[in-house]
Design a protein around this ligand. Structure first.
Ligand SMILES: CC1=[NH+][C@H]2[C@@H](O1)O[C@H](CO)[C@@H](O)[C@@H]2O
Length: 496
């Protein structure tokens, strides 16, 4: 039987009851809360996970009984107030499983914990022998931070809709609830913008290293947004500006100060490109891009980049970034930017993403003091594009080598001087793809560090403990084997 206390992220309170267990059988139903379609969808999602590996019907039916026994019950009643909108209470007794929440999002989170206390074979896509014994116990659980995210850079190398959906499913398993898509950079523009067809002509024609290009049509992007929403993941699209813009400049000559489009770029340098901020074509371009992207995005955030604008005159940079934030607000979204935008006139609600390595930054601290939220992605902790070990082939090294313990053993709420935990919105694991050209590369770099950052975003600091985490992480290995995730077998982890 899978141990009860192996869940990642660690639930806030976990009480194993080894005296009891519940076995899922061919007659086990899934009950969902009557009258709530979203709860029903969570039940159908759970059935989609359990049916292929058990071969059981696992019929989904409704109940109005907050103490429904005799199966796996997902109920929107009886959850303690402490779990809030995104938490849950999970009880496994001899009589069955009951997940209680205040909102469907909490049921979805509870389902992820339920998956992890079932045998690893539950994640197989072909029928397995069983038995499907679930150990007894109780969890009462809720997230520490509201923003628990991963970033996938689809500009340096392009990843298909299906590959991104697979990543979304992996994020959901670890209760991450935002996926930041880095859609544009020097090497590629990956989102269709009506009226500027060459952005996804020349702009999407190649990638770092000269590999094949690609892009999302607006319909495909909307499909990704809908898929993410069905996994309680919010897409955060990024148009990186005014630097990191060679793909746009190569696609649309008027955006260049001299009116001459540069060649597409397949290298991996940064900081050499800039939109021409004195050019009258730039503002309408930026306005149209933000307008269309906001129209495709159901989530509240639109990321305007702002990093490494080393080729942009500083005063022009400040004025541009202030204007870009105002445009995002005009189209109904909340602006997010890399921490360099803190020097601009931050718009109400604007959120900063901290990526630098120093533990102090006066401009960011001032922004936090003014009430702006901070997302923590310090490169020497949260950049899962860096190598795991010095001998790794793929991965970068500019901010060091990040093994699992370095990714895990830090407190996002107590990292930046004069930035209190109350200013921290959450954590984001950033996967840049200069050296990443395949699904396997993504798996190898993301696992096992992504779950480490997921635990930092979800679990209370009071339970933060490397010795406990490394043993719980070890129990995830057999699950990843079943899921076909080709993870890095870090020597820090006692894999079974
Ligand atoms: C915000 C930020 N800008 C740079 C930096 O992070 O490092 C990344 C590689 O780790 C690189 O791809 C990116 O363009």
């Amino acid at each position: 039987t899978q141990a009860f206390s192996t869940v990642v992220p660690r639930p806030a309170t976990v009480t194993a009851n080894p005296a009891v267990s519940y076995t899922v059988t061919a007659s086990t139903p899934i009950y969902t809360w009557a009258g709530n379609a979203a709860a029903g969808a969570v039940g159908t999602y759970l059935a989609g996970i359990l049916r292929p590996s058990t071969g059981f019907p696992l019929t989904v039916t409704t109940t109005s009984d907050a103490n429904q026994s005799g199966g796996i019950a997902l109920v929107l009643s009886g959850a303690p107030a402490s779990v809030g909108a995104n938490g849950y209470q999970l009880d496994v007794t001899a009589g069955g499983v009951v997940i209680r929440a205040q909102q469907p999002a909490g049921l979805f989170a509870g389902v992820q914990s339920l998956r992890q206390i079932m045998p690893p074979q539950i994640e197989a896509r072909a029928v397995q022998a069983g038995p499907w014994v679930i150990p007894g116990g109780q969890m009462i659980d809720q997230p520490r931070y509201a923003y628990r995210a991963a970033m996938l850079d689809v500009a340096r190398h392009f990843f298909t809709v299906d590959q991104v959906k697979r990543y979304i499913d992996q994020l959901a398993l670890y209760k991450m609830n935002h996926l930041h898509l880095h859609l544009t950079d020097d090497q590629g523009w990956r989102i269709e913008i009506a009226g500027y067809p060459n952005l996804t002509g020349t702009g999407a024609g190649t990638s770092a290293g000269g590999w094949s290009g690609g892009y999302y049509t607006q319909a495909q992007f909307r499909d990704l947004v809908a898929y993410a929403n069905s996994r309680y993941v919010t897409i955060v699209p990024e148009i990186d500006m005014p630097g990191h813009t060679n793909a746009a400049l190569a696609s649309h000559a008027p955006l260049n100060c001299d009116g001459v489009a540069p060649a597409p770029y397949t290298g991996t340098a940064v900081g050499f490109s800039s939109l021409c901020l004195t050019d009258p074509d730039t503002r309408p371009f930026v306005d149209e891009v933000i307008r269309q992207l906001a129209g495709m995005t159901t989530g509240p955030y639109l990321h305007i980049g702002g990093d490494e604008a080393h080729s942009t005159p500083h005063e022009q940079f400040l004025e541009f970034v202030t204007g870009a934030q105002q445009t995002v607000v005009k189209y109904g979204k909340t602006p997010v930017g890399w921490n360099e935008i803190s020097a601009s006139t931050l718009q109400p609600g604007a959120v900063l993403q901290y990526w630098n390595t120093p533990t102090s930054n006066a401009s960011v601290a001032a922004a936090a003091a003014a009430g702006h939220g901070i997302i923590m992605s310090p490169a020497n902790r949260a950049y899962i594009d860096l190598k795991h070990t010095a001998t790794n082939v793929i991965g970068l090294t500019w901010a060091g080598i990040t093994n699992v313990q370095r990714a895990y053993d830090w407190n996002p709420g107590a990292t930046l001087e004069n930035v209190p935990d109350s200013a921290i919105r959450g954590v984001e694991a950033a996967l840049w793809t200069e050296s990443v050209t395949s699904q396997q590369d993504v798996d190898y770099l993301a696992f096992p560090r992504l779950p480490a950052l997921a635990e930092l975003g979800w679990s209370p600091w009071s339970t933060h403990d490397w010795a406990s985490f490394r043993t719980r992480l070890a129990a995830q290995g057999p699950r990843w084997d079943q899921m076909g995730i080709r993870y890095h077998h870090s020597t820090e982890i006692p894999w079974p």
